[in-house]
Design a protein around this ligand. Structure first.
Ligand code: SAM
Ligand code: SF4
Ligand code: SF4
Length: 368
């Protein structure tokens, strides 16, 4: 097991051009520091979005993790402390649907009490489908949640139901967004995954709905995550196409990123109607500035969204490892990190988009 003192001090500095972090930031093999941690608090969900948890796979017979396999809040907090010691200053709670995890605000309160080595509070954020948000928004805000992103892929019940494969009405999610705004989250971000032929005609109605509302709407290119969504390149509506649609309707101008490595490209309405964003994970890979680690519901560390294997942190945690030993394990793994899946996929999909549109890309070609 690596001792923290063996991490070379040169590796504990952010490289030029990378987001400036804590002085203790250590870097991976491509010079990327560890700044963000996404924690999945449950593998369950109350929706069945076709691009994420298709019902054919996540049906009644699907076996979700038994309770004993989930990290407890105490375990999550201990691991989070180790990540923070290594440079993490933003933690995003996600899932599955994180609001299904009972008493989530208690976890938020604990995590919001973490401080970086230089004494800054860690920023805690949440991504939710919004279905249960209206009754939890205030408690989450009071617990110290800094920001919330809500996923919503359409404004009509028909399209929302096609995307989420559920009978939940859109108004439930809109109520959740409104409750988050009332609780003082500003701005609330709304994420819309765009799938060609399913909800791409909702781009302008969504923009129109959220213009002048204080909500930042962000369009996300449909990604090939997992092995179950039957992803095809020809179903991806590219950020370029999305921006062309928006620009044909509204004068828009590009806005500087908030920080180097921000995944969304920022735009605003020239008439002051607010901000919009595009997340071009397929066509403009941002691996070079990817500073995110992911902790699965059962305590595995993944250093890429597309990684096949995670490193088990739960076993050492439950086996009595000290905080320093856990920190050293995480550091050692991060320093070996080579992931740049989207970059490699982009190189592979480029010829297909232009030369043979609609042809199904071979996952084996891009390494699954
Ligand atoms: N259930 C929560 C939600 O939907 O916001 C949190 C978990 S969900 C996996 C996190 C985000 O991933 C959502 O914004 C969702 O739209 C996005 N997502 C899931 N599958 C995706 C895919 N295949 N392509 C692009 N985005 C995807
Ligand atoms: Fe559930 Fe979120 Fe996945 Fe939709 S995107 S199935 S809401 S986890
Ligand atoms: Fe980061 Fe992996 Fe996504 Fe690249 S593909 S941006 S390394 S999570």
């Amino acid at each position: 097991m690596t001792d923290l003192s063996t991490i070379p001090s040169a590796a504990m500095q952010a490289l030029p051009g990378m987001p400036r972090g804590e002085p203790t930031s250590m870097v991976d093999t491509l010079g990327r520091p560890l700044h963000d941690l996404r924690i999945s608090v449950t593998d369950r969900c109350n929706l069945r979005c076709t691009y994420c948890m298709p019902r054919e796979v996540f049906d009644r017979n699907h076996v979700f993790l038994p309770r004993a396999e989930l990290l407890s809040f105490e375990e999550i907090a201990r691991l989070a402390g180790s990540f923070v010691a290594l440079g993490v200053h933003k933690i995003r709670l996600t899932g599955g649907e994180p609001l299904l995890r009972r008493n989530l605000e208690q976890l938020v309160a604990t995590l919001a009490g973490l401080h970086t080595p230089s004494g800054k509070p860690v920023e805690i954020t949440l991504t939710t489908n919004g279905v249960l948000l209206s009754r939890q928004a205030q408690a989450l805000k009071d617990a110290g949640l800094a920001r919330v992103s809500v996923s919503l892929d359409g404004l009509t019940d028909e399209i929302f139901s096609r995307m989420s494969d559920s009978a939940v009405p859109v108004s439930t999610v809109l109520d959740g967004i409104a409750a988050a705004q009332r609780a003082g989250f500003a701005p609330v971000k709304v994420n819309m995954v765009v799938k060609r032929g399913v909800n791409d005609h909702e781009i302008i109605p969504m923009a129109e709905h959220f213009r002048n509302s204080g909500v930042v709407l962000r369009f996300i290119e449909y990604m090939d995550v997992g092995n179950t969504n039957g992803w095809r390149m020809d179903e991806v509506v590219t950020a370029k196409e999305i921006l062309e649609q928006l620009a044909a309707r509204y004068p828009i101008c590009q806005v500087d990123p908030n920080y180097i490595g921000e995944v969304a490209e920022r735009w605003c309405y020239a008439d002051g109607g607010g901000e919009i964003g595009v997340i071009a994970s397929i066509t403009q890979a941002f691996c070079q500035t990817c500073t995110r680690a992911r902790l699965s519901t059962d305590g595995k560390l993944y250093t890429c969204l597309f990684a096949g294997n995670g490193m088990d942190l739960r076993a050492p945690l439950r086996g009595g490892a000290t905080d320093q030993e856990l920190t050293a394990l995480i550091a050692e793994r991060w320093q070996r990190r080579t992931d740049r899946y989207s970059e490699l996929r982009q190189a592979a999909t480029q010829p297909l988009t232009s030369a043979t549109p609609g042809k199904k890309i071979e996952m084996s070609y891009i390494g699954g």
